[in-house]
Design a binder for this molecule. Structure first.
Ligand code: FES
Length: 230
Protein backbone atom coordinates (compact mmCIF):
# COMPACT_ATOMS: atom_id res chain seq x y z
CA UNK A 1 0.00 0.00 0.00
CA UNK A 2 1.78 3.17 -1.15
CA UNK A 3 1.68 5.98 1.41
CA UNK A 4 0.70 9.26 -0.18
CA UNK A 5 0.11 12.75 1.17
CA UNK A 6 -2.63 14.86 -0.34
CA UNK A 7 -2.93 18.44 0.87
CA UNK A 8 -1.16 17.40 4.05
CA UNK A 9 -3.43 14.40 4.70
CA UNK A 10 -1.68 11.04 4.75
CA UNK A 11 -3.26 7.93 3.32
CA UNK A 12 -2.32 4.33 2.67
CA UNK A 13 -3.65 4.14 -0.86
CA UNK A 14 -4.52 0.97 -2.70
CA UNK A 15 -3.11 -0.11 -6.02
CA UNK A 16 -4.06 0.55 -8.78
CA UNK A 17 -5.62 3.77 -7.49
CA UNK A 18 -4.98 7.02 -9.25
CA UNK A 19 -4.33 10.27 -7.42
CA UNK A 20 -7.95 11.20 -8.14
CA UNK A 21 -9.18 7.99 -6.48
CA UNK A 22 -7.05 8.69 -3.42
CA UNK A 23 -8.21 12.31 -3.23
CA UNK A 24 -11.84 11.27 -3.46
CA UNK A 25 -11.29 8.69 -0.72
CA UNK A 26 -10.10 11.52 1.50
CA UNK A 27 -12.96 13.77 0.46
CA UNK A 28 -10.64 16.18 -1.34
CA UNK A 29 -12.42 17.69 -4.32
CA UNK A 30 -10.72 17.80 -7.70
CA UNK A 31 -12.78 18.98 -10.68
CA UNK A 32 -12.98 16.64 -13.67
CA UNK A 33 -14.48 16.77 -17.10
CA UNK A 34 -13.29 14.01 -19.42
CA UNK A 35 -13.16 11.58 -16.52
CA UNK A 36 -16.28 9.59 -15.81
CA UNK A 37 -16.81 6.72 -13.41
CA UNK A 38 -17.29 3.51 -15.36
CA UNK A 39 -15.18 4.66 -18.30
CA UNK A 40 -11.45 4.17 -18.80
CA UNK A 41 -9.51 7.23 -17.59
CA UNK A 42 -8.25 9.19 -20.56
CA UNK A 43 -6.50 12.30 -19.28
CA UNK A 44 -7.51 14.50 -22.18
CA UNK A 45 -9.01 17.68 -20.74
CA UNK A 46 -6.38 18.45 -18.03
CA UNK A 47 -8.98 19.96 -15.73
CA UNK A 48 -8.00 17.59 -12.94
CA UNK A 49 -4.38 18.79 -12.82
CA UNK A 50 -2.66 18.60 -9.44
CA UNK A 51 0.87 19.41 -8.35
CA UNK A 52 3.06 16.48 -7.36
CA UNK A 53 6.53 16.50 -5.85
CA UNK A 54 8.18 19.27 -3.91
CA UNK A 55 10.37 22.33 -4.53
CA UNK A 56 11.92 22.73 -7.95
CA UNK A 57 11.04 19.19 -8.85
CA UNK A 58 7.28 19.61 -8.59
CA UNK A 59 5.15 19.30 -11.69
CA UNK A 60 1.55 19.24 -12.81
CA UNK A 61 -0.04 15.92 -13.68
CA UNK A 62 -3.54 14.79 -14.57
CA UNK A 63 -4.82 13.21 -11.36
CA UNK A 64 -7.32 10.99 -13.16
CA UNK A 65 -4.56 9.01 -14.84
CA UNK A 66 -1.58 9.46 -12.51
CA UNK A 67 -1.06 6.34 -10.37
CA UNK A 68 -0.36 6.60 -6.66
CA UNK A 69 3.20 5.77 -5.68
CA UNK A 70 5.08 5.47 -2.41
CA UNK A 71 5.92 8.81 -0.82
CA UNK A 72 3.99 10.86 -3.36
CA UNK A 73 3.14 14.36 -2.19
CA UNK A 74 0.19 16.00 -3.89
CA UNK A 75 -1.21 19.49 -3.73
CA UNK A 76 -4.64 20.03 -5.22
CA UNK A 77 -5.02 23.72 -4.46
CA UNK A 78 -1.61 25.33 -4.86
CA UNK A 79 -1.39 28.67 -6.67
CA UNK A 80 0.02 26.94 -9.71
CA UNK A 81 -2.84 24.44 -9.77
CA UNK A 82 -5.54 27.08 -9.35
CA UNK A 83 -4.05 29.32 -12.01
CA UNK A 84 -3.77 26.45 -14.47
CA UNK A 85 -7.22 25.11 -13.63
CA UNK A 86 -8.74 28.50 -14.38
CA UNK A 87 -6.84 28.69 -17.63
CA UNK A 88 -8.13 25.24 -18.67
CA UNK A 89 -11.72 26.27 -17.89
CA UNK A 90 -11.23 29.50 -19.80
CA UNK A 91 -9.90 27.64 -22.83
CA UNK A 92 -12.79 25.18 -22.78
CA UNK A 93 -15.31 28.00 -22.39
CA UNK A 94 -13.72 29.66 -25.39
CA UNK A 95 -14.43 26.50 -27.37
CA UNK A 96 -17.91 25.66 -26.06
CA UNK A 97 -19.22 28.64 -24.15
CA UNK A 98 -22.79 27.31 -24.27
CA UNK A 99 -22.04 24.31 -22.09
CA UNK A 100 -23.92 24.55 -18.81
CA UNK A 101 -21.37 22.27 -17.19
CA UNK A 102 -18.54 24.61 -18.16
CA UNK A 103 -20.47 27.67 -17.08
CA UNK A 104 -21.02 26.08 -13.67
CA UNK A 105 -17.33 25.24 -13.43
CA UNK A 106 -16.41 28.80 -14.38
CA UNK A 107 -18.68 30.17 -11.67
CA UNK A 108 -17.37 27.74 -9.09
CA UNK A 109 -13.71 28.43 -9.80
CA UNK A 110 -14.25 32.14 -10.32
CA UNK A 111 -13.24 32.42 -13.93
CA UNK A 112 -14.40 35.95 -14.45
CA UNK A 113 -12.68 37.00 -17.65
CA UNK A 114 -12.43 35.43 -21.08
CA UNK A 115 -9.27 36.15 -22.97
CA UNK A 116 -10.18 33.96 -25.93
CA UNK A 117 -12.64 34.68 -28.69
CA UNK A 118 -15.61 32.32 -28.31
CA UNK A 119 -15.78 29.61 -30.93
CA UNK A 120 -19.22 28.14 -30.20
CA UNK A 121 -18.04 24.65 -31.06
CA UNK A 122 -20.24 21.72 -30.19
CA UNK A 123 -17.46 19.38 -29.07
CA UNK A 124 -14.72 19.61 -26.47
CA UNK A 125 -12.99 16.44 -27.76
CA UNK A 126 -13.24 15.09 -24.23
CA UNK A 127 -13.81 11.60 -25.65
CA UNK A 128 -16.52 10.64 -23.18
CA UNK A 129 -18.89 9.68 -25.99
CA UNK A 130 -16.29 7.52 -27.72
CA UNK A 131 -15.52 5.60 -24.53
CA UNK A 132 -19.19 5.34 -23.59
CA UNK A 133 -20.02 3.87 -27.00
CA UNK A 134 -17.14 1.40 -26.96
CA UNK A 135 -17.02 0.42 -23.30
CA UNK A 136 -20.59 0.58 -22.03
CA UNK A 137 -22.70 0.21 -25.17
CA UNK A 138 -20.26 -2.13 -26.96
CA UNK A 139 -20.86 -0.18 -30.14
CA UNK A 140 -17.60 1.50 -31.20
CA UNK A 141 -19.73 3.45 -33.66
CA UNK A 142 -17.75 6.67 -33.26
CA UNK A 143 -14.10 7.54 -32.81
CA UNK A 144 -11.48 10.23 -33.21
CA UNK A 145 -10.54 11.32 -36.69
CA UNK A 146 -7.95 13.80 -37.92
CA UNK A 147 -5.19 15.29 -35.82
CA UNK A 148 -4.13 18.61 -34.39
CA UNK A 149 -6.66 21.34 -35.06
CA UNK A 150 -8.68 19.07 -37.31
CA UNK A 151 -9.11 16.41 -34.65
CA UNK A 152 -12.77 15.58 -34.24
CA UNK A 153 -15.15 12.82 -33.25
CA UNK A 154 -17.11 11.22 -36.01
CA UNK A 155 -18.49 7.96 -37.36
CA UNK A 156 -16.24 5.99 -39.74
CA UNK A 157 -15.95 7.90 -43.06
CA UNK A 158 -18.39 10.47 -41.69
CA UNK A 159 -21.34 8.21 -42.37
CA UNK A 160 -23.80 6.76 -39.82
CA UNK A 161 -22.27 3.54 -38.56
CA UNK A 162 -24.16 0.27 -38.64
CA UNK A 163 -22.84 -0.41 -35.18
CA UNK A 164 -24.83 2.57 -33.87
CA UNK A 165 -27.95 1.40 -32.04
CA UNK A 166 -29.14 4.96 -31.49
CA UNK A 167 -29.11 4.46 -27.78
CA UNK A 168 -28.22 8.09 -27.10
CA UNK A 169 -25.46 7.12 -24.65
CA UNK A 170 -23.05 9.43 -26.40
CA UNK A 171 -25.31 12.41 -25.84
CA UNK A 172 -26.07 11.38 -22.31
CA UNK A 173 -22.44 11.75 -21.27
CA UNK A 174 -21.60 14.76 -23.42
CA UNK A 175 -20.82 17.85 -21.32
CA UNK A 176 -21.88 20.08 -24.19
CA UNK A 177 -25.05 18.24 -25.26
CA UNK A 178 -26.56 18.54 -21.82
CA UNK A 179 -27.29 22.19 -22.46
CA UNK A 180 -28.66 21.68 -25.94
CA UNK A 181 -31.11 19.11 -24.67
CA UNK A 182 -32.62 21.47 -22.16
CA UNK A 183 -34.40 23.64 -24.69
CA UNK A 184 -35.94 26.92 -23.67
CA UNK A 185 -37.21 25.67 -20.31
CA UNK A 186 -33.94 24.53 -18.79
CA UNK A 187 -35.06 23.37 -15.32
CA UNK A 188 -37.67 20.93 -16.68
CA UNK A 189 -36.31 20.05 -20.07
CA UNK A 190 -34.21 16.98 -19.27
CA UNK A 191 -36.96 14.67 -18.18
CA UNK A 192 -35.91 11.02 -18.78
CA UNK A 193 -38.99 9.53 -20.48
CA UNK A 194 -38.45 10.21 -24.14
CA UNK A 195 -39.04 7.20 -26.39
CA UNK A 196 -39.31 9.14 -29.62
CA UNK A 197 -37.07 8.37 -32.55
CA UNK A 198 -37.89 11.74 -34.03
CA UNK A 199 -37.30 14.40 -31.41
CA UNK A 200 -37.91 18.01 -32.36
CA UNK A 201 -34.21 18.63 -31.89
CA UNK A 202 -33.59 16.28 -34.80
CA UNK A 203 -31.64 18.84 -36.77
CA UNK A 204 -29.03 18.57 -34.04
CA UNK A 205 -29.31 14.91 -33.13
CA UNK A 206 -30.51 13.58 -36.46
CA UNK A 207 -32.50 10.43 -35.81
CA UNK A 208 -30.79 9.44 -32.62
CA UNK A 209 -33.07 8.19 -29.88
CA UNK A 210 -33.11 10.41 -26.84
CA UNK A 211 -33.18 8.72 -23.48
CA UNK A 212 -32.07 11.68 -21.49
CA UNK A 213 -35.35 12.10 -19.77
CA UNK A 214 -38.74 10.62 -19.16
CA UNK A 215 -40.84 10.48 -22.33
CA UNK A 216 -42.27 13.76 -23.37
CA UNK A 217 -42.48 15.37 -19.99
CA UNK A 218 -40.33 18.22 -21.10
CA UNK A 219 -42.31 18.79 -24.27
CA UNK A 220 -39.09 18.84 -26.25
CA UNK A 221 -39.68 15.55 -28.04
CA UNK A 222 -43.47 15.20 -27.78
CA UNK A 223 -45.87 18.12 -28.31
CA UNK A 224 -46.68 19.72 -24.96
CA UNK A 225 -50.44 19.30 -25.41
CA UNK A 226 -50.09 15.48 -25.44
CA UNK A 227 -48.42 15.61 -22.07
CA UNK A 228 -50.86 17.96 -20.46
CA UNK A 229 -48.11 20.55 -20.27
CA UNK A 230 -46.26 18.64 -17.57
S1 FES B 1 -10.54 14.79 -15.91
FE1 FES B 1 -8.47 14.27 -15.81
S2 FES B 1 -7.70 14.96 -17.68
FE2 FES B 1 -9.85 15.28 -17.89
Amino acid sequence: MPRVTIDGLELDAKKPWTVLDAARFLGVEIPTLCHMDGLTPWGGCRLCLVEVGTGNRSRLVASCTYPVEEGLKVRTNSRWVIKTRRMVIELMLGACGGSKQLQDLAAKYRVETMRFAPNHDDCLICGRCVRMCAEQMMGSAIGFTGRGRSLKIDAPFGKPAQACRRCGGCMYVCPVCTLRCQGADAPNAVCGRCGSFAPTCSEVYQDTQCFMGAAGRCGTCVPAETTGGK
